[in-house]
Write a protein that binds this ligand. Structure first.
Ligand SMILES: [Zn+2]
Length: 310
């Protein structure tokens, strides 16, 4: 299914792309030196960090399966590290836990090389459209056809890679409206994507369907999958435990209740920030301003189900 000449093209593309990348690094003065590191975390799983977002790699007889693909500008370097993880080298499939660039940056190269790109249908829709993300004041161009997920789903799915089972599922309208988890029960590793945030409040990307009520539900979905030994991999940052996830889930549930109450009092985001509703959480989660203002915007999209506001 992947001929040797295709494989050669793919490897040449990686090498050629690497030369192009170092040139652009020099010309643009960016500092993306190779801090990309692979760590084996179970018999079958290798975690790769330093490419802008956390990446998981599992090797099977038909090639490698990746969860997330780092930033576009680091993709060539990332894929070199990934292909060193097994003799198979070829990436047969990649999951995107949401549409954001730090997870979908390898889609172009892998899609062109014939890999399966698996994501929720909404992630495909965002990647195929020009998206203006208001809270970043940034426009994301539509991605080329080869970068779009070519196997989408709506609820859950399963896949076998070697002796590792993969269970994946949608977490509706949480950080975005296309968030998925990817769970490896045998290794007890849970890729949580940006639904789990470390050292900063989670991003509620209301522009693409995220909101705090959905994020509360998403953390509950993850808690059902995890036990005390599960290693939970956030979109960025270090491995987390179930206890960390519980803390985030409780913080979000508390904040949802408080922000809804403030909204019913007629407060806008500035008033909410001034009321310091996150006070006891800020030592752990940092500056709450973006979190509160995005939560506010997201709640407006759910104003009828919240009740008592309009
Ligand atoms: Zn994201």
């Amino acid at each position: 299914m992947f001929s040797s000449s295709n494989r050669r093209d793919f490897l040449e593309m990686l090498v050629g792309g690497a030369a192009g990348l170092s040139l652009s690094k020099i010309t643009r003065g960016q500092q993306h030196s190779s801090s990309i590191t692979a760590n084996r975390i179970s018999d079958n799983l290798v975690e790769v960090t330093g490419a802008g977002g956390n990446v998981m790699v599992v090797a099977g007889p038909d090639g490698l399966v990746m969860v997330n693909g780092g930033l576009p500008e680091l993709s060539v370097d990332l894929l070199k590290v990934v292909s060193n993880q097994s003799k198979a080298q070829r990436v047969q499939a990649i999951f995107n836990t949401d549409w954001h660039l730090e997870h979908t940056g390898s889609n172009e190269i892998l899609g062109k090389a014939g890999a399966k790109i698996i994501a929720h249908e909404n992630t495909k829709l965002w990647l195929g459209a020009e998206v203006f993300v208001e809270w970043e004041n940034r426009t994301y161009k539509a991605r080329p056809r080869e970068a779009l997920p070519n196997e989408t789903f709506y609820t859950t799915g399963k896949m076998i890679v070697g002796n590792e089972q993969i269970e994946y599922g949608h977490m509706p309208q949480a950080h975005t409206d296309g968030d998925i988890y990817v769970f490896f029960p045998r290794s007890n590793v849970l890729m949580a994507g940006d639904v789990v945030s470390v050292g900063k409040y989670p991003i509620l990307d209301y522009t693409t369907g995220g909101w705090i009520g959905g994020l509360v539900d998403a953390t509950k979905t993850l808690l059902k999958l995890a036990n005390a030994e599960t290693r939970i991999v956030p979109g960025t940052g270090p491995l987390q435990t179930r206890a960390d996830l519980e803390a985030q889930s409780e913080m979000l549930a508390t904040m949802k209740d408080r922000l809804v109450k403030l909204m019913r009092q007629g407060m806008g985001p500035k008033d909410m920030i001034a009321a310091a509703p996150t006070k006891e959480f800020d030592a752990k989660w940092g500056n709450p301003e973006l979190f509160i203002s995005n939560a506010y915007r997201g709640m407006w999209g759910h104003v009828r189900e919240l009740g008592g506001i309009v």
